[in-house]
Design a protein around this ligand. Sequence first.
Ligand code: ATP
Length: 330
Amino acid sequence: MKLAVIEGDGIGREVIPEAVKVLDAFGLEIEKVPIELGYARWERTGTSMSNEDLETIKGCDAVLFGAVTTVPDPNYKSVLLTIRKELDLYANVRPVKPLPGVVGVIGRSDFDFIIVRENTEGLYSGIEEIGYDLSWTKRIITRKGSERIAEYACKLAKKRKNKITIVHKSNVLKSDKLFLDVCRQTASAHGVEYGDMLVDSMAYSLMMHPEKYDVVVTTNLFGDILSDMCAALVGSLGLVPSANIGEKYAFFEPVHGSAPDIAGRGISNPLAAILCVKMLLEWMGEPRSQVIDKAIADVLQKKIITPDLGGTASTIEVGNAVTGYVMKNM
Ligand code: ATP
């Protein structure tokens, strides 16, 4: 197994080394391939990612990614969007699950759901024209794209509560009728229970009744917005991991960005990045991945926590504590 390790910019450079420490504690045969991408790379070389970098990534099986800062260049092509497209990472998966002793904005911890977001089309098609008086972006929904994300959500649902909620806006966006129909048909074919919600009602409902949901499947932009919103349910952006999955490759990244405001101070929370390692291990079929949950519960209970959670521990102290627990209890 070959893993591309891309720390990126800002706090990506602080949290990914801690996540790698935890991964190393499992003693698996993983060849790590460090790749420098992003803003700092652009400042140094004039390019944030080269074609060779892309080929190196394609030569790996999976990617562990920190965060990149957007480059202030009107011709800048997003590194993340390019990798997602090139590796055909069609499913963005974000578990929304409270961690022991941490309460989010609504003060509840009785929820555990996963947002499955279509990752390659919708309003992120990249087909757009920017003008002075008129700008437009084409929103693409295909049968194939809808089918494969619905399949992914249904397979996940079968391992959980056998239930999906399809989120759309088909009352206004006619393109979403195709997405909704395909998701319903796929769920029926799999014998998975399904319901659907308009995205605006869903935003409200997720804040009021997050316990009602299990697997939520939606289009690209809606998934992007809802999943960041749901980080507030968990308590900190520093606690939420995500995976981008394709047929061949998988890519794991914390939901947070490069957070330039706290970068370089050693106070960023590495738990989202560490939970990415857990998702990576699950994807690899490693049965011991659950020990990471126990390790995180242990450090939270001992209050070895960074300032975003009200603590005084450094990024490295949290990383060391999780790694130590994993090594002792595996
Ligand atoms: P970018 O431009 O890369 O998206 P950003 O600052 O706009 O960066 P995020 O990195 O997602 O967006 O962060 C938003 C805020 O959340 C940050 O200002 C930071 O204070 C906080 N934050 C994000 N991630 C973490 C973390 N891992 N630990 C602690 N605080 C975090």
